[in-house]
Design a protein around this ligand. Structure first.
Ligand code: ASP
Length: 315
Protein backbone atom coordinates (compact mmCIF):
# COMPACT_ATOMS: atom_id res chain seq x y z
CA UNK A 1 0.00 0.00 0.00
CA UNK A 2 1.47 3.38 -0.96
CA UNK A 3 1.32 6.29 1.48
CA UNK A 4 -1.04 9.16 0.84
CA UNK A 5 1.22 12.10 -0.06
CA UNK A 6 -1.81 14.33 -0.72
CA UNK A 7 -3.21 14.17 2.82
CA UNK A 8 -3.82 17.71 4.16
CA UNK A 9 -1.49 19.15 1.52
CA UNK A 10 -2.20 22.31 -0.45
CA UNK A 11 -2.55 21.75 -4.19
CA UNK A 12 -0.95 24.84 -5.71
CA UNK A 13 1.07 23.89 -8.78
CA UNK A 14 1.62 20.97 -11.13
CA UNK A 15 5.29 21.14 -10.11
CA UNK A 16 4.47 19.52 -6.80
CA UNK A 17 3.36 16.21 -8.34
CA UNK A 18 5.91 13.46 -8.87
CA UNK A 19 5.34 10.38 -10.98
CA UNK A 20 4.36 8.34 -7.91
CA UNK A 21 1.71 10.95 -7.00
CA UNK A 22 0.36 10.83 -10.52
CA UNK A 23 0.21 7.05 -10.37
CA UNK A 24 -1.72 7.22 -7.09
CA UNK A 25 -4.08 9.78 -8.61
CA UNK A 26 -4.72 7.53 -11.63
CA UNK A 27 -5.50 4.56 -9.39
CA UNK A 28 -7.90 6.47 -7.13
CA UNK A 29 -9.56 8.22 -10.09
CA UNK A 30 -10.29 4.85 -11.71
CA UNK A 31 -11.91 3.71 -8.44
CA UNK A 32 -14.04 6.86 -8.36
CA UNK A 33 -15.14 6.32 -11.93
CA UNK A 34 -16.20 2.78 -11.10
CA UNK A 35 -17.96 3.95 -7.96
CA UNK A 36 -20.06 6.49 -9.87
CA UNK A 37 -20.81 4.05 -12.69
CA UNK A 38 -21.93 1.29 -10.34
CA UNK A 39 -23.45 3.06 -7.32
CA UNK A 40 -23.62 6.75 -8.16
CA UNK A 41 -21.53 7.67 -5.12
CA UNK A 42 -20.82 6.92 -1.46
CA UNK A 43 -20.58 8.45 2.02
CA UNK A 44 -16.80 8.57 2.02
CA UNK A 45 -16.63 12.31 2.76
CA UNK A 46 -19.64 12.47 5.10
CA UNK A 47 -18.99 15.11 7.74
CA UNK A 48 -16.43 16.96 5.56
CA UNK A 49 -17.11 20.42 4.19
CA UNK A 50 -15.55 22.18 1.18
CA UNK A 51 -15.63 25.92 0.46
CA UNK A 52 -15.59 26.77 -3.25
CA UNK A 53 -14.36 30.38 -3.22
CA UNK A 54 -14.42 31.71 -6.77
CA UNK A 55 -13.40 35.29 -7.53
CA UNK A 56 -13.44 34.62 -11.29
CA UNK A 57 -16.26 33.12 -13.36
CA UNK A 58 -16.34 29.36 -13.74
CA UNK A 59 -18.91 26.81 -14.67
CA UNK A 60 -17.17 23.46 -15.16
CA UNK A 61 -14.50 23.68 -12.47
CA UNK A 62 -16.94 25.07 -9.90
CA UNK A 63 -19.68 22.55 -10.66
CA UNK A 64 -17.35 19.57 -10.91
CA UNK A 65 -15.80 20.25 -7.48
CA UNK A 66 -19.28 20.59 -6.01
CA UNK A 67 -20.62 17.48 -7.69
CA UNK A 68 -17.49 15.59 -6.62
CA UNK A 69 -18.12 16.54 -2.99
CA UNK A 70 -21.81 15.66 -3.24
CA UNK A 71 -21.18 12.29 -4.87
CA UNK A 72 -19.05 11.44 -1.84
CA UNK A 73 -21.59 12.58 0.73
CA UNK A 74 -19.75 15.76 1.75
CA UNK A 75 -21.08 19.30 2.14
CA UNK A 76 -20.06 22.52 0.45
CA UNK A 77 -20.21 26.31 0.73
CA UNK A 78 -20.56 27.62 -2.85
CA UNK A 79 -19.27 31.18 -3.37
CA UNK A 80 -19.18 32.60 -6.89
CA UNK A 81 -18.60 36.25 -7.82
CA UNK A 82 -16.98 36.94 -4.44
CA UNK A 83 -15.60 40.28 -5.59
CA UNK A 84 -19.07 41.64 -4.97
CA UNK A 85 -19.08 40.77 -1.30
CA UNK A 86 -16.22 40.73 1.17
CA UNK A 87 -13.34 41.74 -1.09
CA UNK A 88 -15.31 44.67 -2.46
CA UNK A 89 -15.72 45.84 1.14
CA UNK A 90 -11.95 45.83 1.45
CA UNK A 91 -11.41 42.48 3.13
CA UNK A 92 -8.10 40.95 2.16
CA UNK A 93 -7.66 37.50 0.68
CA UNK A 94 -5.80 36.24 3.79
CA UNK A 95 -8.71 37.24 6.05
CA UNK A 96 -11.27 35.72 3.71
CA UNK A 97 -9.52 32.35 3.41
CA UNK A 98 -8.85 32.23 7.15
CA UNK A 99 -12.57 32.74 7.70
CA UNK A 100 -13.57 29.88 5.42
CA UNK A 101 -10.80 27.76 6.84
CA UNK A 102 -12.66 28.02 10.16
CA UNK A 103 -15.92 26.79 8.65
CA UNK A 104 -14.72 24.05 6.34
CA UNK A 105 -12.07 21.35 5.85
CA UNK A 106 -10.73 22.44 2.46
CA UNK A 107 -10.89 25.66 0.41
CA UNK A 108 -11.00 25.49 -3.39
CA UNK A 109 -9.88 28.92 -4.63
CA UNK A 110 -10.10 30.64 -8.00
CA UNK A 111 -8.63 34.12 -8.12
CA UNK A 112 -7.47 36.47 -10.91
CA UNK A 113 -3.94 37.00 -9.57
CA UNK A 114 -0.94 34.75 -10.16
CA UNK A 115 0.36 33.47 -6.82
CA UNK A 116 -2.93 34.10 -4.97
CA UNK A 117 -3.34 30.42 -4.05
CA UNK A 118 0.15 30.36 -2.56
CA UNK A 119 -0.59 33.44 -0.47
CA UNK A 120 -3.91 31.94 0.63
CA UNK A 121 -2.12 28.74 1.67
CA UNK A 122 0.28 30.69 3.86
CA UNK A 123 -2.62 32.07 5.88
CA UNK A 124 -5.27 29.34 5.81
CA UNK A 125 -4.89 26.45 8.22
CA UNK A 126 -6.87 24.14 5.96
CA UNK A 127 -5.63 22.85 2.59
CA UNK A 128 -6.04 25.21 -0.37
CA UNK A 129 -6.71 23.76 -3.81
CA UNK A 130 -5.76 26.17 -6.58
CA UNK A 131 -8.63 26.16 -9.09
CA UNK A 132 -6.92 28.76 -11.29
CA UNK A 133 -4.75 31.72 -10.26
CA UNK A 134 -4.94 34.21 -13.12
CA UNK A 135 -2.57 33.27 -15.93
CA UNK A 136 -0.60 31.08 -13.54
CA UNK A 137 -1.77 27.50 -13.09
CA UNK A 138 -4.74 25.18 -12.91
CA UNK A 139 -3.38 21.97 -11.36
CA UNK A 140 -6.65 20.03 -11.00
CA UNK A 141 -7.34 20.59 -14.71
CA UNK A 142 -3.86 19.24 -15.44
CA UNK A 143 -4.64 16.13 -13.38
CA UNK A 144 -7.85 15.52 -15.29
CA UNK A 145 -6.15 16.13 -18.64
CA UNK A 146 -3.33 13.80 -17.63
CA UNK A 147 -5.82 11.13 -16.56
CA UNK A 148 -7.75 11.50 -19.83
CA UNK A 149 -4.65 11.14 -22.00
CA UNK A 150 -3.25 8.33 -19.92
CA UNK A 151 -6.50 6.36 -19.88
CA UNK A 152 -7.15 6.89 -23.57
CA UNK A 153 -3.69 5.86 -24.74
CA UNK A 154 -2.82 3.45 -21.91
CA UNK A 155 -0.05 5.80 -20.71
CA UNK A 156 1.69 8.96 -21.91
CA UNK A 157 5.05 7.52 -22.94
CA UNK A 158 6.10 8.33 -26.46
CA UNK A 159 3.16 10.62 -27.24
CA UNK A 160 3.40 13.77 -29.34
CA UNK A 161 1.33 16.53 -27.78
CA UNK A 162 0.51 19.66 -29.75
CA UNK A 163 -0.80 22.60 -27.75
CA UNK A 164 -2.36 25.38 -29.77
CA UNK A 165 -3.81 28.82 -29.04
CA UNK A 166 -3.03 31.25 -26.24
CA UNK A 167 -0.02 29.58 -24.68
CA UNK A 168 1.07 32.73 -22.89
CA UNK A 169 -2.09 33.22 -20.85
CA UNK A 170 -3.55 29.72 -20.84
CA UNK A 171 -3.02 28.40 -17.33
CA UNK A 172 -4.22 24.89 -18.23
CA UNK A 173 -1.39 24.67 -20.75
CA UNK A 174 1.16 25.75 -18.15
CA UNK A 175 0.08 23.11 -15.66
CA UNK A 176 -0.41 20.25 -18.12
CA UNK A 177 2.91 20.77 -19.89
CA UNK A 178 4.68 20.83 -16.51
CA UNK A 179 3.12 17.48 -15.63
CA UNK A 180 3.85 15.82 -18.94
CA UNK A 181 7.42 17.11 -19.09
CA UNK A 182 8.32 14.60 -16.39
CA UNK A 183 8.01 11.93 -19.07
CA UNK A 184 11.14 12.31 -21.16
CA UNK A 185 10.05 10.61 -24.35
CA UNK A 186 7.08 12.92 -24.72
CA UNK A 187 7.33 15.47 -27.57
CA UNK A 188 5.77 18.94 -27.32
CA UNK A 189 4.75 21.11 -30.27
CA UNK A 190 3.73 24.56 -29.12
CA UNK A 191 1.73 26.39 -31.80
CA UNK A 192 0.73 30.02 -31.26
CA UNK A 193 0.99 33.51 -32.68
CA UNK A 194 4.40 35.03 -31.86
CA UNK A 195 3.03 37.24 -29.06
CA UNK A 196 1.12 34.41 -27.38
CA UNK A 197 4.06 32.02 -27.08
CA UNK A 198 4.62 29.85 -24.02
CA UNK A 199 6.72 31.73 -21.41
CA UNK A 200 10.40 31.14 -22.21
CA UNK A 201 11.22 29.90 -18.70
CA UNK A 202 8.92 26.92 -19.30
CA UNK A 203 10.55 26.14 -22.65
CA UNK A 204 13.93 26.20 -20.92
CA UNK A 205 12.74 23.91 -18.11
CA UNK A 206 11.40 21.38 -20.60
CA UNK A 207 14.56 21.45 -22.72
CA UNK A 208 16.68 21.03 -19.57
CA UNK A 209 14.60 17.97 -18.73
CA UNK A 210 15.42 16.51 -22.13
CA UNK A 211 11.91 16.83 -23.60
CA UNK A 212 11.74 17.43 -27.36
CA UNK A 213 10.12 20.82 -28.00
CA UNK A 214 9.15 22.69 -31.18
CA UNK A 215 7.57 26.15 -31.40
CA UNK A 216 5.79 27.41 -34.49
CA UNK A 217 2.99 29.60 -35.79
CA UNK A 218 1.41 27.05 -38.06
CA UNK A 219 -0.36 23.85 -37.23
CA UNK A 220 -0.25 22.14 -40.61
CA UNK A 221 3.32 20.90 -40.33
CA UNK A 222 3.00 19.23 -36.92
CA UNK A 223 -0.61 18.03 -37.16
CA UNK A 224 0.06 14.75 -39.03
CA UNK A 225 2.52 13.66 -36.28
CA UNK A 226 0.27 14.67 -33.39
CA UNK A 227 -1.35 12.24 -30.94
CA UNK A 228 -3.01 14.82 -28.68
CA UNK A 229 -4.21 18.12 -30.14
CA UNK A 230 -4.87 20.33 -27.11
CA UNK A 231 -6.72 23.46 -28.21
CA UNK A 232 -7.24 26.60 -26.09
CA UNK A 233 -9.18 29.81 -26.51
CA UNK A 234 -7.47 33.20 -26.66
CA UNK A 235 -7.98 34.50 -23.12
CA UNK A 236 -9.92 37.71 -23.71
CA UNK A 237 -9.97 38.68 -20.03
CA UNK A 238 -6.17 38.96 -20.01
CA UNK A 239 -6.05 41.56 -22.81
CA UNK A 240 -5.96 45.29 -22.17
CA UNK A 241 -6.04 45.95 -25.94
CA UNK A 242 -9.32 44.46 -27.16
CA UNK A 243 -8.50 45.27 -30.82
CA UNK A 244 -5.51 42.99 -30.48
CA UNK A 245 -7.73 40.28 -28.99
CA UNK A 246 -10.13 40.61 -31.95
CA UNK A 247 -7.21 40.17 -34.34
CA UNK A 248 -5.97 37.05 -32.58
CA UNK A 249 -9.12 35.25 -31.45
CA UNK A 250 -9.65 33.21 -34.61
CA UNK A 251 -6.01 32.68 -35.47
CA UNK A 252 -6.61 28.93 -35.34
CA UNK A 253 -9.93 27.28 -36.07
CA UNK A 254 -10.16 23.51 -35.90
CA UNK A 255 -12.51 22.18 -38.56
CA UNK A 256 -13.35 18.71 -39.92
CA UNK A 257 -11.40 19.65 -43.03
CA UNK A 258 -8.25 20.44 -41.05
CA UNK A 259 -8.59 17.21 -39.09
CA UNK A 260 -8.30 15.23 -42.30
CA UNK A 261 -4.57 15.79 -41.91
CA UNK A 262 -4.52 14.34 -38.39
CA UNK A 263 -3.89 10.71 -37.40
CA UNK A 264 -6.91 8.43 -37.13
CA UNK A 265 -5.80 7.62 -33.60
CA UNK A 266 -5.32 11.24 -32.52
CA UNK A 267 -7.56 12.97 -29.98
CA UNK A 268 -8.74 16.57 -29.79
CA UNK A 269 -8.95 18.09 -26.31
CA UNK A 270 -10.00 21.51 -24.99
CA UNK A 271 -10.36 22.67 -21.36
CA UNK A 272 -13.48 24.64 -22.41
CA UNK A 273 -15.18 27.04 -22.78
CA UNK A 274 -14.58 27.28 -26.52
CA UNK A 275 -15.49 30.49 -28.27
CA UNK A 276 -15.13 29.55 -31.91
CA UNK A 277 -11.72 27.88 -32.12
CA UNK A 278 -13.28 24.43 -32.64
CA UNK A 279 -16.30 24.37 -34.96
CA UNK A 280 -19.38 22.45 -33.70
CA UNK A 281 -19.11 19.95 -36.60
CA UNK A 282 -15.89 18.63 -35.04
CA UNK A 283 -17.97 17.30 -32.12
CA UNK A 284 -19.20 14.52 -34.39
CA UNK A 285 -15.66 13.28 -35.01
CA UNK A 286 -14.90 10.36 -32.65
CA UNK A 287 -11.48 11.90 -32.08
CA UNK A 288 -13.12 14.86 -30.32
CA UNK A 289 -13.07 13.92 -26.63
CA UNK A 290 -13.47 17.34 -24.95
CA UNK A 291 -17.15 16.90 -24.17
CA UNK A 292 -17.11 13.19 -23.59
CA UNK A 293 -14.07 11.72 -21.85
CA UNK A 294 -12.37 14.92 -20.76
CA UNK A 295 -15.40 16.50 -19.14
CA UNK A 296 -16.64 13.47 -17.19
CA UNK A 297 -13.12 12.76 -16.00
CA UNK A 298 -13.13 16.20 -14.39
CA UNK A 299 -15.54 15.03 -11.74
CA UNK A 300 -13.78 11.69 -11.12
CA UNK A 301 -10.39 13.36 -10.72
CA UNK A 302 -11.81 15.92 -8.29
CA UNK A 303 -13.48 13.13 -6.28
CA UNK A 304 -10.07 11.46 -6.07
CA UNK A 305 -8.30 14.69 -5.16
CA UNK A 306 -10.74 15.64 -2.41
CA UNK A 307 -10.64 12.13 -0.92
CA UNK A 308 -6.85 12.03 -0.90
CA UNK A 309 -6.53 15.53 0.58
CA UNK A 310 -9.18 14.93 3.27
CA UNK A 311 -8.70 11.29 4.27
CA UNK A 312 -5.35 10.01 5.49
CA UNK A 313 -6.16 6.34 5.27
CA UNK A 314 -8.01 6.40 2.03
CA UNK A 315 -5.30 4.45 0.18
N1 ASP B 1 -11.61 26.74 -18.00
C1 ASP B 1 -10.19 26.91 -18.22
C2 ASP B 1 -9.58 27.82 -17.18
O1 ASP B 1 -10.23 28.15 -16.22
C3 ASP B 1 -9.85 27.31 -19.61
C4 ASP B 1 -10.33 28.66 -20.07
O2 ASP B 1 -10.97 29.39 -19.29
O3 ASP B 1 -10.05 28.97 -21.22
O4 ASP B 1 -8.44 28.18 -17.31
Amino acid sequence: MSSNTFYLQDVLTADQFHKTDLQLMLTVTKKMKKLVETKGGSDLLKGKLMTALFYEPSSRTFASFISAMQRLGGGFIPLQGVSYSSVAKGETLPDTVRTFGCYSDVVVLRHPEVGSAKIAAEFCEKPIINAGDGVGEHPSQALLDFFTISEHFGGVDGLTITMVGDLLNGRTIHSLSKLLSQYKNVTFNFVSPEILRLPSNLIKTFSDRGVKVTQSETLEEVLPRTDVLYVTRVQKERFTDLDLYEKLKYHYIITPQLLRQAKKTAVVMHPLPRVGEITPEVDLDPRAIYITEQMTNGMYVRMALLSLVLLKDYV
